[in-house]
Design a protein around this ligand. Structure first.
Ligand code: HEC
Length: 155
């Protein structure tokens, strides 16, 4: 199955429900920024949902697993959200220029999230709340690690 996002990104959904998007940014940089903003807002909501659900008693494990799966999916291929030309030069964004001037560091920060996210999903699948909490802290560290260097503070 494949579809085209409003931004013009070509995506294919594999059996594993991972979206693989070719960097076919037909969108304007402003549109790219808007879709990126929405993407990370959604990630923030899903990540918060993992925390809230892990504290709920009784916990809805189906919802917890879905939120963890969405977080895991968002960890894959983050570079797709940052095509060249979609930084501060293209309008209001919290994406810092370092994303493009220090690409190796940015790739390492993205990789840290991608490597830690599967444990969160595995813990949710296993219905192991201690492991969910541990993985949540580790993934949260990866979010912060990237934000500290590559995201401007909120105005
Ligand atoms: C590889 C870097 C990186 C990682 C890892 C990362 N983020 Fe972000 N995040 C960013 C950048 C850059 C922005 C600013 C995007 C913009 O303004 O265009 C951002 C923005 C956000 C926003 C605000 C929305 C916005 O566009 O301002 C939220 C919420 C957010 N991230 C949550 C998370 C959470 C939760 C995680 C971990 C589960 C995470 N991020 C992991 C780089 C990252």
């Amino acid at each position: 199955m494949s579809y085209t996002l409003r931004s013009g990104v070509m995506c294919a959904i594999s059996a594993a429900a991972l979206s693989i998007c070719a960097a076919a940014w037909a969108a304007t940089p402003a549109e790219t920024q808007k879709v990126r903003h929405e993407h990370y807002e959604k990630l923030g909501e899903n990540f918060k949902a993992v925390r809230d659900l892990s504290k709920a008693s009784p916990t809805d494990f189906a919802k917890l697993e879905k939120a963890a799966a969405d977080v895991r999916e968002a960890s894959v291929n983050q570079a797709q959200w940052f095509p060249k030309g979609s930084g501060p030069e293209a309008g209001k964004t919290r994406a810092l220029p370092e994303i493009w001037t220090k690409p190796a560091d940015f790739a390492a920060a993205a990789k840290m999230f991608e490597e830690r996210a599967p444990a969160l999903l595995a813990a949710a699948k296993a219905k192991d709340l201690d492991a969910v909490n541990k993985a949540f802290r580790e993934v949260g560290g990866a979010c912060k690690n990237c934000h500290d260097t590559f995201r401007a503070p909120e105005e």
